[in-house]
Design a binder for this molecule. Structure first.
Ligand SMILES: [Zn+2]
Ligand SMILES: [Zn+2]
Ligand SMILES: [Zn+2]
Length: 263
C-alpha cells in the first residue's frame, strides 16, 4: 500500500532558530532553515495514520500539516525532543473517541511511564483531561493496521534505540552507529531519512560525512538528512551533497510503499 510521509520536524533538540542565537542560519529567511523538533507522520492509503514520536512541537506540527487523525504512535527513544508533545495527544483522543495505541522498546516504555506518571498513573481528579495511550513494549517486528513494521536497532551514543522500516522506506533519527544486525534489515531500502546533525563530530549523532558513509553502504535511491542543527544552511548544504542526498525540511512530503503485515 502506498503511504504519504510528511516530515513534521527536521531539526535538532534545540530547534532552528535556537533561542538567543543570531547566526546566519538562525536569522535565515529561507523557510527550510526553520526546523522544529524531529518527527514524521505516515498516512497509509486505506490504512493507518502513524505518528513517529511526539515531539516538543507536536501541536504546531499538527496545525501546520492539517493532521487531525492518529491511529498509532511509535517511539524511537525517550529523549525530551521526541516525547514532550505527548500531552497534545489529548486532542486526538477527543476527536477519535478513545485511547491511541503506542509502541516503544522496553527502556523507552519505562522512561515514558516515569516522565508521564500523570498519564500512566492518573490522579482521581483529571482536571483538563489526560492523554489516553495504550502502550505496548515491542521486541522485534510488529504490525499496525495491516502494515508490517520492522524496528531497526541503532546506537545513539552508547544507548541502543530504534529506527523503523516501513516497506521501501526507513527512518533512522538520532544515531551515530548502526548495529551489525541493522545492515541486512536495510537491504533494498528505496527512501531513507537519516540523522546528520552537522559537520563537527558529536558523541551521539552522525556528522554529514559519517551519514554519507551509511548512504554509500545502504545505497537508497533517495536520502534525506534530518535532526539538523543551525550549522547547516539548507540551500548551501544541499548544493554540496551528492546526487540523491538532500537535507529534509519541515513539511517535506514523500510517497513510499509500505509492507504487508507480518504473518
Ligand atoms: Zn533527538
Ligand atoms: Zn544559530
Ligand atoms: Zn536523542
Amino acid at each position: 500500500m502506498k503511504a504519504r510521509v510528511i516530515v513534521l520536524g527536521s531539526g535538532t533538540s534545540h530547534g532552528v532558530p535556537m533561542i538567543g542565537c543570531t547566526c546566519a542560519v538562525c536569522r535565515s529567511t529561507d523557510p527550510r532553515d526553520r526546523r522544529s523538533r524531529p518527527s514524521i507522520y505516515l498516512d497509509v492509503q486505506d490504512g493507518p495514520a502513524i505518528l513517529v514520536d511526539t515531539s516538543t512541537d507536536l501541536r504546531q506540527q499538527a496545525l501546520a500539516n492539517g493532521i487531525h487523525h492518529v491511529d498509532a504512535i511509535l517511539f524511537t527513544h525517550s529523549h525530551a525532543d521526541h516525547i514532550m508533545g505527548l500531552d497534545d495527544v489529548r486532542r486526538f483522543n477527543v476527536m477519535q473517541g478513545g485511547a491511541i495505541p503506542a509502541y516503544a522498546d522496553e527502556r523507552t516504555a519505562t522512561d515514558l511511564r516515569r516522565s508521564f506518571s500523570y498519564v500512566f498513573n492518573p490522579p482521581d481528579d483529571k482536571g483538563g483531561g489526560i492523554p489516553q495511550i495504550s502502550l505496548t513494549t515491542i521486541n522485534g517486528r510488529f504490525n499496525v493496521g495491516g502494515i508490517g513494521i520492522q524496528p531497526i536497532p541503532i546506537f545513539h551514543g552508547s544507548r541502543p534505540i530504534l529506527g523503523f522500516r516501513f516497506g521501501s522506506f526507513a527512518y533512522l533519527t538520532d544515531c551515530n552507529r548502526l548495529s551489525d544486525d541493522a545492515w541486512p534489515l536495510l537491504d533494498d531500502v528505496d527512501v531513507l531519512i537519516l540523522d546528520a546533525l552537522r559537520h563537527r563530530p558529536h558523541p551521539t549523532h552522525f556528522t554529514v560525512a559519517e551519514a554519507l558513509e551509511v548512504v554509500e553502504r545502504v545505497k537508497p535511491r533517495q536520502t534525506y538528512f534530518t535532526h539538523v542543527c543551525h550549522d547547516l544552511a539548507h540551500a548551501a548544504t544541499n548544493a554540496s551533497l551528492p546526487r540523491g542526498v538532500e537535507l529534509a525540511y519541515d513539511g517535506l512530503a514523500l510517497t513510499i510503499e509500505t509492507a504487508p503485515a507480518w504473518t
